[in-house]
Design a protein around this ligand. Structure first.
Ligand SMILES: [Zn+2]
Length: 125
């Protein structure tokens, strides 16, 4: 087997910075979504008391479901970003688990927690 390829410390640090930036953005988005959900919940209970706006209540419901959908997505994304940070720590980040090659940088920026290079990923499917 050829010498094991590795990311340089600087490259790993750049990835780390990028992932932390993404993570902070997702956390901010999640907080905003939570606030919107709370507001929707509050206005919903107001609507329930003065239940004269049936149509509006329906829209609120949809709005809330959309909110929860986004929050769910963001939460998952956040977990992936945490996983990627763990992988940077234990040295498995950005290395294909199947062939040991370094994973394409653009791909890592899109999907930082990935453990297979594009070629291996295509083979598995
Ligand atoms: Zn591979």
């Amino acid at each position: 087997m050829a010498t094991k390829k590795k990311w340089t410390k600087k490259e790993l640090n750049d990835f780390k910075k990028l992932i932390i930036e993404k993570r902070d953005k997702v956390i901010a988005e999640l907080e905003a979504a939570k606030e919107r959900a709370d507001e929707a919940l509050n206005s919903n209970s107001v609507n329930a008391i003065y239940s004269s706006h049936m149509a509006d209540a329906g829209t609120d419901q949809q709005e809330m479901e959309k909110n929860y959908y986004w929050m769910d997505r963001d939460n998952k994304f956040l977990q992936y970003l945490h996983r990627a940070l763990d992988m940077i720590k234990d040295g498995t980040f950005g290395v294909c688990a199947s062939c040991g090659e370094l994973i394409n940088k653009e791909r890592l920026i899109e999907v930082p927690h990935t453990t297979s290079c594009f070629d291996c990923k295509s083979k598995v499917v």
